[in-house]
Design a protein around this ligand. Structure first.
Ligand SMILES: [Zn+2]
Ligand SMILES: [Zn+2]
Length: 227
């Protein structure tokens, strides 16, 4: 069961308590238990010994990062742009892992009061809620969140998995200097035009970005320098 203490920690990180934040904590906890793991510490995060693979970028991912210690920054979190509520935790040395999938439709009908769902539609989907509606929704959402802390295992789909392909460890690349803006850029991201070395921005090259709807190709950064 997810402790209040870790929910508080997750709240501090995520900004609020919501159902999927706590679900992220809960399924991480189940996966860690099954693999005999504790939250990743010094050795695991430096060596990338434990890997969490998420299939969506929503509130759940913050719960996973807090519970497992596998984060975007320590390269132990892999994001697959699949749009599914699932987390796979993998122990690199044994190549064994556990994937846990959340059927949100099933949970919604069982644990989410109708009132909360209607408010959600009004406030979030239609963006037409009053201030009162927003406050009420956040309270209801938080309550549902706390309920997710002790969901039994059989509310989830739990699969044992085996890694058949090596998961690359984050490589260390040298940097090169862009001859136009003068900033350093990781070598594989640099673009050679004629004999000039340019960063992707100065080269006007396409690059990948993670935004709300997933991984997309961009050709322009969405801001410009004004001072
Ligand atoms: Zn959230
Ligand atoms: Zn540049």
């Amino acid at each position: 069961m997810v402790s209040r203490e870790i929910i508080e920690k997750a709240k501090e990180f995520h900004g609020h308590v919501c159902p999927f934040l706590v679900l992220g904590l809960r399924i991480s906890e189940i996966a860690m238990e099954k693999l005999g793991l504790r939250k990743a510490g010094l050795a695991e995060t430096v060596e990338e010994e434990v890997i969490a693979i998420v299939e969506v970028n929503n509130c759940m991912v913050d719960g996973v990062q807090i519970a497992t210690g596998c984060t975007l920054g320590n390269n132990s979190l892999i994001y697959l742009d699949l749009g599914k509520n699932a987390v796979t935790l993998i122990k690199r040395d044994s190549k064994k892992g556990v994937r846990i999938y959340i059927d949100s439709e099933k949970l919604r009908s069982k644990y989410f009061p109708q009132e909360a769902l209607e408010l959600f539609r009004k406030v979030v989907v239609e963006r037409s809620g009053s201030r009162e509606d927003i406050e009420k929704l956040s309270k209801l959402w938080e309550e549902i969140g706390y309920r997710m802390a002790d969901l039994p295992e059989d509310e989830f789909v739990i699969q044992e998995v085996e890694v058949f392909e090596d998961i690359e460890r984050a490589p260390i690349y040298p940097s090169v200097r862009c001859s136009r803006c003068g900033e350093l850029v990781m070598e594989p991201k640099a673009v050679k035009i004629n004999s000039e070395t340019l960063c992707p921005v100065c080269a006007g090259a396409e690059f990948n970005a993670v935004i709300g709807r997933g991984i997309v190709k961009l050709r322009r950064i969405p801001y410009k320098q004004i001072a």
